[in-house]
Design a protein around this ligand. Structure first.
Ligand code: CMP
Length: 140
């Protein structure tokens, strides 16, 4: 489905009190929230979610960071959701993120970069079903 993507508001942004502002920015940008949950990833969850990065030098830190506090997971709907959402969040490293993007506004660093967005339609589906049961995703 080309109209769905999965986002996580990461522990840094939740701790810094940006959850409401980020949700507001997301809906103002024309995305509809069709599933939403505040949760905390276990180490096993984070390793599974980021398994594509398991051999990277930053993997251990990434898992530690992503399990360091609550996150918000959401499924978002908009035409061309994956691409549109990646535009809204900006570059992985906030230093390279354009003005007005969520990472420019809310991220601290490459690792503590405030927000996740799926990188493909296939991953959007896999990641959505990682966080939510099908009946928790509101597809009208
Ligand atoms: P994201 O693209 O959401 O998922 C993988 C994360 O790994 C990425 O965000 C960054 O937060 C984190 N990360 C930490 N160090 C690096 C790095 N050197 N290159 C890419 N991603 C990194």
């Amino acid at each position: 489905n080309k109209n769905l993507t999965l986002t996580m508001i990461k522990p840094d942004a939740v701790k810094n009190g940006y959850m409401g502002n980020i949700i507001n920015d997301i809906t103002n940008a024309g995305f509809t929230i069709i599933a939403l949950r505040l949760t905390q990833l276990t180490s096993q969850d984070a390793k599974k979610f980021y398994s594509i990065h398991k051999d990277k030098p930053f993997f251990k830190n990434l898992v530690e960071f992503m399990t360091s506090g609550p996150i918000v997971a959401a499924v978002l709907k908009k035409e061309n959701a994956v691409e549109e959402f990646r535009k809204l969040i900006g570059a992985t490293n906030p230093k390279n993120a354009e003005e007005g993007t969520l990472r420019k506004k809310y991220a601290e660093s490459m690792e503590r970069n405030a927000i996740h967005g799926s990188d493909s339609d296939e991953n959007a589906r896999i990641e959505s079903l990682f966080h939510f049961a099908e009946k928790e995703i509101y597809l009208d």
